[in-house]
Design a protein around this ligand. Structure first.
Ligand SMILES: [Zn+2]
Length: 225
């Protein structure tokens, strides 16, 4: 299946800015990681509306998805304007399949985020949701202008939880299966828990050790099991 990932804003449109963070940077980083993880699944083709810091009109984003015959469209944003927590959107005229995907993806993201305010599954007449011809969802991942949310958004660990939640949601919504030759670990970036790097999934122990080392460098405690 073809999945279009849309990092909100970009170029001269930074999106929301507060607490030393820019929405356009966060959305791009999140979307690229989601794509990388989803590429480890069978039959998945990932397309991006942007992979660098550039401006695209909302209509161009939808057009990319429509033109390429995408099966699913995900737009990632960071909220602002007073509030805290996570919310997801579909178009008011979304079909039942889209609503089912929203239910699953929203739930998986909330599960991964843990102690974060659930602002609910919402509907809005946003251009990217209105103009895309396939099931489309937009997520608003915490509030950049809320000090507590911003602290979370500055944490690599928390960003991994956002990424993991989206990936798990999409996997579950579409019943995706991991590629047999996949070497990537998709373990939950858990709250202080150890990453278990299994030797079995790697060609040799050296690779496992390398991955454990990489995880440690990124600040994740890892053990080889
Ligand atoms: Zn936005």
């Amino acid at each position: 299946m073809k999945i279009v990932l849309d990092a909100g804003h970009g170029g001269h449109d930074p999106g929301a800015i507060a607490n030393g963070l820019r929405e356009k940077d966060l959305t791009l980083a999140i979307v690229k990681h989601i794509g990388k993880m989803l590429e480890e699944y069978e039959g998945v083709e990932i397309l991006y509306t942007r992979t660098d810091d550039r401006f695209l009109e909302l209509s161009e984003r939808a057009a990319i998805a429509n033109k390429t015959g995408a099966d699913f469209f995900l737009s990632v944003h960071i909220n602002a304007g007073g509030g805290t927590g996570f919310e997801s959107y579909v178009h008011p005229n979304a079909n039942s399949a889209t609503i089912a995907y929203q239910n699953v993806i929203h739930a998986e993201i909330m599960k991964s985020l843990g102690n974060v305010n659930d602002r609910g599954k919402k509907r809005a007449n946003y251009a990217v949701l209105r103009e895309t011809k396939m099931p489309a969802i937009l997520t608003e991942n915490l509030f950049i202008d809320n000090v507590n949310d911003a602290v979370k958004l500055k944490s690599e660990q928390f960003l991994q939880q956002i990424i993991y939640g989206h990936v798990q949601g999409i996997i579950k919504a579409f019943g995706l299966k991991k590629k047999e030759n996949s070497t990537q670990t998709t373990q939950k970036p858990s709250d202080g828990k150890l990453y278990r790097v299994q030797v079995g999934v790697f060609s040799d122990r050296k690779n496992a050790e390398r991955l454990a080392e990489e995880l440690k460098k990124k600040g994740y405690p890892a053990v080889i099991v």
